[in-house]
Design a protein around this ligand. Sequence first.
Ligand SMILES: Nc1ncnc2c1ncn2[C@@H]1O[C@H](COP(=O)(O)OP(=O)(O)OP(=O)(O)O)[C@@H](O)[C@H]1O
Ligand SMILES: [Mg+2]
Length: 307
Amino acid sequence: MKSTPGLDCSIVIFVEEDSGDWHARRLREAIEDCGGRVVTTALKRCAFDTSFPHGIDIPGLDGKLPDGVFVRAISKGSLEEITLRLGILHALDSCGVRVWNDARVIERCVDKSTATFLFQKAGLPVPPTRIAEGRERALGYAEARYPLVLKPLFGSQGNGVRRLDEPSDMPTEDEVRGVYYLQRYLRAPDASEFSDWRVFVSANRMVGAMVRQGPNWVTNIHQGGQPQAVELDTEGRQLALAAAAAVGADYAGIDLIRDGQGRLMVLEINSNPAWKGLQSICERDIAATLAEDFLSAVRAEIPAQGA
Ligand SMILES: Nc1ncnc2c1ncn2[C@@H]1O[C@H](COP(=O)(O)OP(=O)(O)OP(=O)(O)O)[C@@H](O)[C@H]1O
Ligand SMILES: [Mg+2]
């Protein structure tokens, strides 16, 4: 059964492993400070089970459903494992549980091609990009366009992002699992310092932003980029908010970049963004902000459930 509105509200945080990481611990404390009862577990420990009243088994809930679920991580897995985990998130949503971000949003963001399509559809500036199958066709597209950036369809933290300068750089189909995400390389040829912006959005407002700077054109913190505080201008803020809205995200990390002509573009969106780097240069308590926004959304839906 679901809990009644007010302070007593049952929350699950889905994390990488049962213990959770720094983010999950901070989030748990912040949600508890706001009056939520929290169970932290991994999606891979959940099950569909017809012997449970709702057909879903979440460890630690004795067959009950929570009021809200915060998805910190889906975790790596086989196609079957990821399908099962997303299926559980879809099922929770269909049972009236508020899922932050829900499975549809995660699917749209994890698949970089769908995210790029949705940004374009919403009228947002995106780098010229083509995502398609087949090495020969990829070579044909690349012919007059080098240098290009190639990205894994499901990549994150800058892993697997590489520059293609000539046809021999084009990886085999096995290396890219059949899909070539090709994008114009936006840096100046003689650049020696690289930067882009990471904007953190929650509940349709900006929580914080940073410039990531480094000697490497892949500026992810994970790749050695250094976070620096920045006052984002209105254009950047509006772009980030519009990108989150384009995929329907409750919270998200949006990457913005300037092309050679200085135009600001939406590069990527992450539906399960880390915020440790941003927190190190941001005064606002990000976990507390997320907890407040998330619990407001959860509590706003509880009365409707009882009706
Ligand atoms: N088209 C491009 N031109 C120049 N630099 C790029 C381009 N695309 C990506 N980069 C650099 O590589 C970094 C990683 O790229 P991107 O953000 O697309 O992938 P990711 O960080 O692995 O995925 P996600 O942001 O979804 O977690 C960017 O932050 C930027 O520094
Ligand atoms: Mg990125």
